[in-house]
Design a protein around this ligand. Structure first.
Ligand code: HSE
Length: 419
């Protein structure tokens, strides 16, 4: 009964004007860490600190897990499944790492494990991927799926400020956790894109294989230069099928990305999340909304409870649209094979022929340049920003490692991906 649990109880205790099936759900027990006054009007007898007594209780049909963290959440979910209970969880960390173990147990026990709240908070994106959109051949799922980093980047953009002071302020205001690692280092977004990619491309994904770069190194200078070139910097989570003739090999990555201002994801600001899905024949669909918080996340949790209640009420059990439909592993394309546009900022000596030398080196590695912009001159050093066309990242890295050795090149302060 933390933030999300309280939101779930509020909906279940006030069903008027909501789907009538919610009235078939009854809160049987509430697991808490400690006994203390609650913000919710439930009989004290329902509360217990003995979480095992809930997941093993023969009178309980569905467990809602909103503890977060890996343990005891994982063990409690598995124990609940072993006792024949359906599970609704918001736990992206557990599902992205232990999905295989959990879904195999769930299939064996003929129970549902529902995860709408694990990605995008209140935005319905899991159910559409499993149902309405699954009739398409999906080519890409990408989005802004971490509100904390989007809040920080939006403020850096609006205020021209640097990362550290804005993070500190965001922590003071409650927009960032005291330990911000999972959010600012991209780990939370990587958990979520692992889940979205598995559903979109119909296979399991090794969470550890996902390339993950957070926002600590995004500088105010790069945000300004990006703006001059017509981009905003966003932390994007991207999953793509690079080659439709090989549906078992996908690209999955999380990194700060220059997004063209004309792209729909560029205007997703503050704590909001958005997920863009591309498929055949639907084209592009974008989901946008609150990615966290009591009410929105509770809405997603209760939508899963509703789906289970509907399945139990109709006796259509297990409903194939609610169960996991894949079990094979997908492989993740190595970074060097990824085809992408890139942005690199260099500090070079202001000597004749230096731009030509850079251009020649990129050209020798088949790296085609879209633009080279000279930003400014200071103390005999020139700041250059290079944006490439779509290139193989491995070829670009080879060119860059040669360029690093040029005597004219003093520093390469930043390298970012471009959508
Ligand atoms: N910490 C997450 C975020 C919210 O900042 O988006 C929960 O998934």
């Amino acid at each position: 009964m933390g933030t999300v649990g309280t939101g779930v109880a509020k909906i279940l205790l006030d069903t008027q004007g909501r789907h009538p099936l919610l009235q078939t759900l009854e809160i049987a027990k509430v697991g808490v860490r400690s006994r203390k006054p609650r913000r919710i009007d439930l009989p004290e007898s329902l509360f217990t600190t003995d979480l095992a007594s809930i997941v093993t209780d023969p009178d309980i049909d569905i467990i809602v897990e909103v503890i977060g963290g890996l343990e005891p959440a994982r063990s409690l979910i598995l124990q609940a499944i072993d006792h024949g209970k359906h599970v609704v969880t918001a736990n992206k960390a557990v599902i992205s790492r232990y999905g295989e173990e959990i879904y195999e147990a769930a299939t064996a026990a003929s129970v549902y494990v529902m995860i709408e709240a694990a990605v995008g908070g209140g935005i319905p994106v899991i159910a559409p991927l499993k149902q309405a959109l699954s009739v398409n051949r999906l080519q890409a799922v990408m989005g802004i799926i971490n509100g904390t980093t989007n809040y920080i980047l939006t403020r850096m953009q609006n205020e021209g400020g640097d990362f550290e002071p804005i993070l500190t302020d965001a922590q003071a205001l409650g927009y960032a956790e005291a330990d911000p690692t999972a959010d600012v280092d991209g780990l939370d977004a990587a958990d979520k894109i692992a889940i979205l990619a598995a559903l979109a491309f119909g296979g399991r994904i090794k969470r550890d294989d996902i390339y993950c770069e957070g926002i600590r190194n995004v500088s105010a200078a790069d945000i300004t230069y990006a703006e001059t070139l017509g981009f905003v910097i966003k932390l994007l989570a991207i999953a793509k099928l690079p080659d439709s003739s090989d549906p078992d090999c996908i690209q999955v990555r999380v990194h700060p990305t220059l997004v063209p201002v004309s792209h729909p994801l560029s205007s997703v600001n503050g704590v909001n999340n958005a997920v863009l899905i591309e498929g055949d024949p639907i084209g592009q669909v974008m989901f946008y909304g609150p990615g966290a918080g009591e009410g929105p996340t509770a809405s997603a949790v209760v939508s899963d409870l509703l789906s289970i209640a509907a399945s139990l009420a109709t006796g259509q059990n297990p409903d194939p649209l609610l169960t996991c439909s894949h079990s094979h592993m997908l492989s993740i394309l190595p970074n060097s094979e990824v085809v992408t546009r890139l942005y690199v900022r260099l500090l070079v000596k202001d000597t004749s022929g230096v731009i030509g030398k850079l251009g020649t080196c990129f050209g020798q590695h088949n790296v085609s340049l879209e633009s080279i912009v000279q930003i400014g001159i200071q103390d005999g050093l020139v700041e250059l920003v290079v944006v490439t066309h779509e290139v193989r990242e491995g070829a670009f890295q080879k060119a860059l490692s040669e360029i690093r050795q040029f005597p004219e090149v003093k520093d390469i302060p930043s390298l970012l991906h471009v959508l």
